[in-house]
Ligand binder design. Structure first.
Ligand code: PAF
Length: 282
């Protein structure tokens, strides 16, 4: 695997592949790769001839008091994992390469409405930072396919909408949430958890699962269910962020006659803000 730090060198590498008719799959990441990321790379390798990953801890998607400076950076280990998983090129630029005119004057890509809900409400500006960098990375790599994880369910919906609204010629594929044996969704932020917090954290997944089962057995008082789940999470040591039962089509609050739902939840365990979700069909 070749690691490239500049847009020009990556484009030089990819041009001959494109000219030879080879397809390119792209996996954008912020590094500190775990088994969930590796499944994205494997899906990319199954879906195209050439696999490109990026590692860029994107400052635009972090709020002022968030973990930008402490976000884990493990480039060497990541390079090893990517190589083993069959990645051909790693794009690992520094901030000046991506935002040469500074963060504040960067043209923004905004997906309205969806970006203001749930994680967007808790983290104002977060999704605008995500769509701006993903759009730039798509323009740099020009992939046929891009692969995202379903753990970041709202992010995936927003990226799909951006691609559709801006007629970006990249097909978006997704990979289901990858979990530890405890049920906890894998996340780079799990590394912030202490041993005891790691034992408590699977309660997020369990609470979502329990709510899904109650809905499947006929409960439709969604606001009450959301309230009960929040109380359960607090009793399990979480600080609340949100727990929402929504419809998949537009992520609006679910109504009694909706059949395609998803439960989206975020909660704080100690220093880590964890998110998880579960789709359900009625
Ligand atoms: O999901 C992530 O790791 C990031 O939000 C992404 C898509 C790499 C953009 O920085």
């Amino acid at each position: 695997m070749l690691t490239l730090a500049t847009i020009a060198s990556l484009r030089n590498e990819l041009r001959p592949h494109r000219q030879a008719g080879r397809t390119i799959a792209f996996v954008p990441t912020m590094g500190n790769l775990h088994a969930g990321h590796i499944q994205l790379i494997e899906k990319a390798a199954q879906s195209a001839d050439i696999v490109v990953a990026s590692i860029f801890v994107n400052p635009l998607q972090f709020g002022k008091n968030e973990d930008l400076s402490s976000y884990p950076r493990t480039l060497q280990e990541d390079q090893r994992k990517l190589t083993e998983a069959g990645c051909h090129y790693l794009f690992a630029p520094n901030e000046d390469e991506v935002y040469p005119n500074g963060r504040d004057s960067q043209t923004r890509v905004e997906v309205p409405v969806l970006s203001d809900l749930y994680c967007g409400e808790a983290r104002p500006g977060h999704f605008s930072g995500v769509t701006t960098v993903v759009c730039k990375l798509f323009n740099i790599v020009q992939p046929d396919i891009a692969v995202f994880g379903e753990k970041d369910y709202q992010q995936l919906r927003i990226v799909r909408k951006m691609v559709s609204d801006l007629c970006i010629a990249t097909e978006i594929l997704s990979v289901p949430v990858v979990r530890a044996e405890s049920g906890l969704a894998l996340s780079s932020r799990n590394g912030y958890l202490s041993v005891s917090e790691l034992q408590q954290a699977p309660a997020l997944r369990q609470t979502i699962h329990d709510a899904a089962n109650q809905i499947k057995s006929g409960r439709q008082d969604y606001s009450q269910l959301e309230h009960e789940a929040t109380v359960t999470l607090e009793a399990s040591g979480f600080r609340r962020d949100y727990f929402r039962i929504v419809r998949r089509a537009d992520l609006a609050p679910a109504q009694a006659d909706d059949t395609e739902l998803v439960i989206l939840a975020a909660a704080w365990m100690g220093p880590a803000r964890l998110i998880d979700n579960q789709e359900l069909d009625l």
